[in-house]
Design a protein around this ligand. Structure first.
Ligand code: SF4
Length: 254
């Protein structure tokens, strides 16, 4: 059993030469692409002119290399649906299918505190559950080479109480932010009180084995998981590990 190696990227700098070098070593790529046109892409991502075209070229190049070299890497594209890109979700799905992506995933906004996430402002579970036109539009694109997934449960479960009392998944995962800050996960990104350190001033090993990380995770546990949204990034892994650590009675009963 080997480790799964993957890249989550906006794709704008993932050029063909980089793909040629690393694609054979990857289990999957996840392109995070928040628009289906150049204008909306620029408004949301705030990148350079032409970035949307660069991302689509990257997906197309990855697909070409994958099929040329018979690689097993899975090419995922995801969009976080918000009011500003809702009208382009199906358009983007069509474009990336054409470019050769394998999977297209629509997600709801993360469960961050509203003060941490500009896009988290007034979105409700209904914004996602009522988007029947998009669900139907995506379903029509599914075939044996391209799968679409519509995941709208994250917002609905934001305030669900945790069924476990500590983050068992944290030792398997971490988050390094653009400014070098290291914290447990994307759900706590931007909240300095949960940062373990910064890779611009410390080595990762120093941060990972340091006292500060232990203190932060203890603080989260002692607070009854208060800062952790119900449907956080690692919630499924935590639920699974909690069940392994605390199996209920008669787990063998079918
Ligand atoms: S938000 Fe989730 S992943 Fe992050 S520390 Fe809390 S339980 Fe762990």
């Amino acid at each position: 059993m080997g480790a799964c190696t993957a890249v989550s990227t906006n794709g704008a700098l993932f050029t063909r030469d980089k793909l040629e070098e690393c694609l054979k070593s990857l289990s999957w790529i996840r392109y995070s692409t928040s628009a289906g046109t150049e204008a909306t892409y620029k408004k949301i991502h705030r990148g350079r002119d032409g970035d949307f075209a660069r991302v689509i070229s990257s997906i197309a190049a990855a697909s070409e290399i994958k099929h040329r070299d018979n690689l097993s890497v899975v090419l995922n594209v995801q969009i976080i649906m918000i009011p500003e890109n809702r009208h382009e979700v199906v358009t983007l799905a069509k474009i990336v299918k054409e470019a050769g992506a394998d999977r297209f995933i629509v997600k709801s906004v993360g469960a961050m505190d509203k003060t941490q996430s500009e896009v988290g402002r007034d979105l409700t579970a209904d914004f996602y559950s009522s988007a029947l036109d998009i669900k139907e539009g995506l379903k029509a694109l599914n075939d044996d080479k391209f799968v679409t997934v519509y995941r709208d449960t994250r917002v609905a479960n934001t305030f669900r109480k945790k069924s476990y009392s500590e983050c068992y998944a944290e030792p398997f995962h971490t988050m390094i932010c653009a400014d070098g800050g290291v914290c447990p996960c994307c759900d706590l990104q931007g909240r300095e009180e949960f940062y373990f350190g910064n890779i611009n001033s410390q080595s990762f090993s120093e941060i990972w084995t340091g006292e500060r990380r232990k203190q932060v995770m203890e603080m989260i546990k002692a607070s009854g998981m208060a800062p952790c949204p119900g449907a956080c990034k690692l919630d499924p892994m935590n639920q699974y590990l909690d069940e392994l650590l605390h199996p209920g009675e008669h787990v063998d009963f079918i």
